[in-house]
Design a protein around this ligand. Structure first.
Ligand code: NDP
Ligand code: OXD
Length: 313
């Protein structure tokens, strides 16, 4: 069994080392430009088109992340890049759900308890008690109830906050009021105080965080975007902040990453920025998951986490 690996990350050698140990019977090699030799499986993160285009005999491509938007964007731009017979398999959780829940809970509690405003007061050396937000109206709406969104919604519900969730198909999560499908999008948004985005980026969800979406939220709402930068219409967020429709935002992902030094978001004190670090791909959890699935496919067994290419996630 031949396995190709490609990741632009600086720890590519460690990935190769760990996969070699996890798949002792496989022949692993790091893909280099010009390598068209046969392979049964590919393990990739943001692969160049030449690695996959025209490749025959590949049974599955494992994406070293939860989001498959980058690899599907290649296929949309250059149809036929993904070998038809190869399944595309995304990472499922591998420690990301816990990290996401920590990140989002921190941001929600920071706004609930007004720590963001206390930080400003401290910088001004001002001693002032702020009226707390009401727990019962501090409704958190989670966009996307997949592997990550479900865990985040459940974690927030444990805090006793009113939590809503939105997905394409109907979902039931204890302690969470769920909404499904476009027809229920406005009902989901109506009165939400903190909007958390955990949707995949697809043609259907592109630009979903826009002026119209913000206008349906509670006045002075908060935005937490941990999914993809292309979900957010950046100027609409700046306008909503200027108008007070959005009080503050925590952003982990951006249209252009790294966020350029001259980007207006850096100048906006109500925007908190982190460098796409809300949930990292953990090698120690990802390698065993991918290795288990490769062995299952090699035995002719089905695996979970297969991407529906048409649907886009
Ligand atoms: P999943 O594929 O497991 O879940 C996606 C969810 O979004 C599902 O509930 C799905 O609905 C819903 N959804 C998809 N399209 C629509 C739509 N058009 N309308 C309504 N709901 C929709 O993804 P994960 O939870 O694993 O990950 C979510 C995203 O988080 C990833 O795609 C990635 O972009 C991002 N991410 C960001 C990271 C970071 O570090 N910032 C790290 C990891 C992931 P249904 O349940 O009906 O299918
Ligand atoms: C992912 C990411 O999609 O890290 O896994 O963004």
């Amino acid at each position: 069994m031949k396995v190709l690996l490609y990741t632009p990350a600086s720890d590519a050698a460690s990935w190769l080392h760990d996969f070699t140990h996890a798949l002792p019977e496989a022949e692993l090699r790091e893909w280099q430009a010009g390598d068209t030799a046969p392979a049964d499986f590919a393990i990739v993160w943001r692969p160049p088109r030449e690695m996959l285009a025209g490749r025959k005999g590949l049974r599955a491509i494992f994406n070293l992340g939860a989001g498959v938007d980058a690899i599907l964007a290649l296929e949309r731009e250059y149809p036929g890049t993904l070998p038809r017979e190869a399944q595309l398999v995304r990472l499922e959780d591998t420690g990301m759900a816990r990290q996401m829940a920590e990140y989002v809970t921190h941001a929600v509690l920071r706004y609930l308890r007004r720590f963001d405003e206390y930080e400003t007061l401290q910088a001004e050396r001002r001693w002032k008690v702020l009226e707390p937000h009401s727990h019962s109206t501090f409704t958190v709406g989670v966009l996307g109830l997949g592997v990550l969104g479900t865990h985040v919604a459940r974690t927030l519900a444990v805090l006793g906050l009113p939590v809503r969730g939105y997905s394409r198909s109907a979902r039931q999560i204890e302690g969470v009021t769920t909404y499904a499908g476009e027809a229920n999008f406005e009902a989901f948004l109506s009165g939400v105080k903190v909007l958390v985005n955990l949707l995949p980026h697809t043609p259907d969800t592109h630009d979903v965080l826009n002026r119209r979406t913000f206008s349906k939220l509670a006045q002075g709402a908060y935005l937490i975007n941990v999914a993809r930068g292309a979900h957010l219409v950046e100027q609409d967020l700046l306008d909503a902040l200027a108008q007070g429709q959005i009080a503050a935002a925590t952003l982990d992902v951006f249209r252009k990453e790294p966020l350029p030094a001259d980007h207006p978001f850096w100048q906006e004190p109500r925007i908190t920025i982190t460098p796409h670090s809300s949930a990292e791909t953990l090698r120690e959890e990802s390698v065993p998951q991918v290795a288990r699935k490769i062995m299952a496919l090699a035995r002719g067994e089905p695996v979970s986490g297969v991407v529906d290419i048409e649907r886009g996630y």
